[in-house]
Design a protein around this ligand. Sequence first.
Ligand SMILES: *[C@@H]1O[C@H](CO)[C@@H](O)[C@H](O)[C@H]1NC(C)=O
Ligand SMILES: *[C@@H]1O[C@H](CO)[C@@H](O)[C@H](O)[C@H]1NC(C)=O
Ligand SMILES: *[C@@H]1O[C@H](CO)[C@@H](O)[C@H](O)[C@H]1NC(C)=O
Ligand SMILES: *[C@@H]1O[C@H](CO)[C@@H](O)[C@H](O)[C@H]1NC(C)=O
Ligand SMILES: *[C@@H]1O[C@H](CO)[C@@H](O)[C@H](O)[C@H]1NC(C)=O
Ligand SMILES: *[C@@H]1O[C@H](CO)[C@@H](O)[C@H](O)[C@H]1NC(C)=O
Length: 251
Amino acid sequence: MFRIPSTSLGIPFHVLLLSLFLLLLGNSQARSLKEKEQEILLKMKQEWRNPPSLSSWNSSTSHCSWTGISCVQGFITHISLFNMSITGAIPLPIANLRNLTYIDFSYNYMTGEFPAVLYSCSKLQYLDLSHNRFAGVIPDDIQSLSGLMFLNLGFNNFSGQIPVGIGRLVALQALYLDSNKFNGTFPVEIGNLYNLEELYLSHNEFEPSRIPSEFTQLKKLVLLDISNTGLIGEIPHSMDCPDISHNQSVI
Ligand SMILES: *[C@@H]1O[C@H](CO)[C@@H](O)[C@H](O)[C@H]1NC(C)=O
Ligand SMILES: *[C@@H]1O[C@H](CO)[C@@H](O)[C@H](O)[C@H]1NC(C)=O
Ligand SMILES: *[C@@H]1O[C@H](CO)[C@@H](O)[C@H](O)[C@H]1NC(C)=O
Ligand SMILES: *[C@@H]1O[C@H](CO)[C@@H](O)[C@H](O)[C@H]1NC(C)=O
Ligand SMILES: *[C@@H]1O[C@H](CO)[C@@H](O)[C@H](O)[C@H]1NC(C)=O
Ligand SMILES: *[C@@H]1O[C@H](CO)[C@@H](O)[C@H](O)[C@H]1NC(C)=O
């Protein structure tokens, strides 16, 4: 009678072979995903015209040890490029870094519009684009970044109306929109962001309006800066609690 050879553990030999094969296949797929992530970073560096601050971004070492890069299990989760003299737009290939949770591009010279390309980074929780030269309007579908807990767009040239969609980013704990050229009506929908602890709206060009009564729903707020935003009238009485440091120059 034909017998399939068994290993000493009693596992049929062909089952063992198959498992080994699948294990190797899985490993090589993971490895090639990681190689792709390195290629993406190199493309980004190239699109930024090889700034000297990114000289460590070269294939002599693993990309997980490059300046500003952190990985979890070999996959890129953080890109932190604060004050790296980077010029140019946010490169499109970044959209394929699907494990990103944290992006800090603050204090550079980046240009272009709001990077809707990041919508495919669905795990993104932290996005700091402050102190750059981004311009244009914020798209209403910004709510696609629904995992965001921290969003800083301060000190750029963003303009137009703050979109209603921003009020759907309900995980937000900190929202900085200060020192831009936002105009139109004061963004009432921010009152829906019930997890907000910090809100900066100062130095924008909103139409003169009163503080919306919706803002009284922001029960967790500890920092509120609404100076120089064209607000008139009084702070709603229910917001007037001692743990809010109103930095209002209400005019
Ligand atoms: C590549 O990165 C290594 C490690 O960070 C660095 O020492 C080296 O100078 C870099 N090479 C180039 C050509 O920039
Ligand atoms: C950015 O770096 C430059 C020099 O590398 C330094 O002079 C400047 O103070 C830094 N800016 C910030 C905001 O840290
Ligand atoms: C990163 O993403 C890949 C592909 O989506 C996934 O298989 C892997 O588990 C993720 N790794 C981490 C650390 O989240
Ligand atoms: C914003 O735009 C104005 C005029 O176009 C320009 O002078 C200014 O430098 C820009 N500011 C930033 C932060 O990009
Ligand atoms: C508001 O910003 C938009 C977009 O930049 C601009 O087209 C519009 O003229 C501005 N409106 C006012 C009243 O300044
Ligand atoms: C309040 O506004 C003043 C003047 O604009 C500024 O110096 C100060 O740092 C602000 N405080 C906070 C907590 O933002």
